[in-house]
Design a protein around this ligand. Structure first.
Ligand SMILES: [Zn+2]
Length: 344
């Protein structure tokens, strides 16, 4: 309270109104507002004191508000990307103006920035046309989609996504993020980084950055084969392992993960007589390729699929557009699956 009627007290009363106004603007909570006013009511105050205190409290209350604005909780998918590529030292930030996450990828000549854009990872100049790109980071299923459980809508959706004309006009995958990590913008640059290695007794050409995870996959499969007959048979009857190939995905303008040297196709002996890949079945005239029962398709042993997944590879048999020979190094999708599992 102001006991002395003097100029300082008059000034203080005025400034206290300013405080209260400031507090309201800054949305200070009610109790701290009362404590704050009580504190200044019992102190001998001057305009200077009041002003200093005002600045201090304004700054203190503004700071958390700004931090909250700058860093909303990091979405699991953004965390998955940053954590999946630990050696690349990616950083995530938040653009307040764009209200979107940005991932910074260090490159040989500085750094590249990619906006999240719903998992599309686009440079700023492409954000206005984000819809014409498809998502790079998407939920990877834990289970193999089983046609026995498909609804009519599922069937129609798979049929549409397998349609040749739709695939030609489908959104492209923007390659910049992967190119920044794997130096894969051109055939010449990616070929500076590929290595041919032995995998389960067959030669395969892959990106140098996945040689180690692939070695771990091989070790785990070899160990499993000692006690598991199905895995042992998979290894013994393996006929081909196809890795790097500079090419576009069939019927689309997007580059295949084989072009990044991040994908491996594994095929068993006699694969020509097996049902392995949706598009081969469709080309035989089977428009109901999505309904081919799982038990009729060639599927690597589940133990082998889990081993690949444990080292950051996804398996193409879990896509609606199934490709059962295809494994692809996507550690961010595996991490995202783990994070999503922890949440539910
Ligand atoms: Zn493939």
């Amino acid at each position: 309270m102001c006991f002395r009627r003097n100029r300082a007290c008059g000034a203080r009363d005025k400034n206290r109104r300013i405080f209260l106004l400031t507090l309201r603007i800054l949305d200070f909570d009610y109790i701290s507002s009362i404590l704050f006013v009580m504190f200044f009511s019992i102190k001998k105050c001057t305009v200077l004191h009041t002003s200093i205190a005002c600045i201090f409290f304004a700054a203190a209350s503004l700071l958390p508000a700004q931090i909250q604005e700058i860093t909303p909780p990091v979405p699991p998918a953004v965390r998955a990307v940053v954590n999946a590529y630990k050696n690349e030292q990616l950083q995530a930030g938040y653009d307040i103006e764009r209200r979107d996450w940005v991932i910074r990828v260090p490159t040989a000549d500085g750094a590249a920035l990619f906006y999240w854009a719903g998992g599309r990872l686009l440079p700023e100049e492409l954000l206005d046309e984000a819809d014409s790109y498809r998502t790079l980071v998407y939920p990877y299923p834990t289970e193999i989609p089983d046609p026995a459980n498909f609804t009519q809508e599922d069937i129609a959706r798979y049929s549409r996504s397998g349609d040749t004309e739709n695939r030609r006009n489908a959104p492209l995958q923007y390659p910049g993020f992967l190119d920044a990590i794997y130096d894969s913008a051109t055939q010449a640059s990616i070929e500076e980084h590929i290595q041919t290695v032995l995998f389960l007794g067959k030669y395969v050409t892959v990106h140098e950055k996945i040689v180690e995870p692939l070695e771990r996959v091989e070790e785990k499969i070899a160990q499993r084969a000692r006690t598991d007959a199905e895995t042992a048979e998979f290894v013994e009857t393996l006929s081909r392992t196809d890795g790097y190939l500079w090419r576009e995905i069939r019927d689309t303008g997007s580059r295949s993960f084989h072009s990044y040297a991040l994908a491996i196709d594994v095929l068993p002996e006699g694969w020509g007589r097996e049902i392995v890949y949706w598009n081969w079945e469709k080309n035989k005239g089977n428009d109901e390729w999505m309904l081919i029962p799982l038990e009729d398709r060639w599927i690597p042993p589940l133990a082998v699929i889990s081993i690949f997944e444990s080292e950051g590879f996804i398996w193409g048999g879990k896509w609606g557009i199934w490709d059962n020979m295809h494994f692809e190094y996507r550690p961010e999708l595996i991490l995202l699956q783990q994070y999503s599992g922890q949440q539910s």
